[in-house]
Design a protein around this ligand. Structure first.
Ligand code: HEC
Length: 177
């Protein structure tokens, strides 16, 4: 009788514990991988676009390519926006550099996504319309949104910081205010 009671009590305690579901973990890894890759592609496009925005002529790069890159930046921002499932909050285990603040402050996180998205749209339109000042302003705003989000929501090891600090920390062209 006692043993049955003990088993019941143990069972009752165990029941609410979330069973670590391996397919959920796999899915989380997949999401983390997808968003990191998409973020890297974002940076790749921005890096190509920056000299064009700064009017540093490059023979092999033109308005068509700049428009394509700006469109892809917008697409990638929209794509990454949906890649923050709760299950992918795994920075304590070292699987992601996204801090738990992403899930604790969803409104602020979303707000920065919103401003990144609208700056990317402005950038695309300004390039299409040959609006040089508008292109510069949009690129500066985009840099601020990406940079502010990383400063608040992405954790870096000191060793990574030295490699990355001059890169996509937020200032994508030189003549921003
Ligand atoms: C609203 C927040 C937010 C915005 C906007 C944002 N990022 Fe990120 N970015 C993150 C977070 C959080 C991570 C960490 C993701 C992870 O480790 O899972 C990240 C990671 C990255 C990485 C590193 C990926 C890797 O391999 O670890 C790069 C590069 C990057 N972002 C570039 C950009 C660029 C360029 C922009 C703007 C054009 C941008 N991001 C906009 C939040 C943002």
């Amino acid at each position: 009788m006692n043993r049955i009671l003990t088993s019941l009590i143990v069972f009752a305690f165990l029941l609410p514990c979330k069973v670590v579901n391996s397919s959920e973990i796999k899915e989380a890894f997949h999401i983390i991988e997808l968003r990191k890759t998409a973020m890297q592609s974002l940076w790749h496009r921005i890096k190509r676009l920056s000299p064009y925005v700064e009017l540093k002529e490059k023979v092999e790069y033109n308005k068509d390519l700049a428009t394509d890159d700006a469109k892809e930046v917008l697409t990638l921002i929209k794509k990454t926006r949906g890649l923050w499932a709760d299950s992918s909050n795994l920075s304590s285990k070292g699987f992601t550099n996204a801090t738990p603040a992403v899930w604790a402050l969803p409104n602020y996180f979303e707000k920065l996504y919103g401003s990144a998205e609208s700056s990317a749209l402005d950038l695309q339109n300004a390039i299409i319309n040959d609006d040089i000042e508008g292109t510069v302003a949009a690129m500066c705003n985009l840099g601020k949104s990406c940079g502010t989000c990383h400063a608040n929501f992405r954790r870096l090891l000191t060793s990574q910081l030295t490699n990355e600090v001059s890169g996509w920390s937020g200032k994508y062209i030189n003549n921003c205010n």
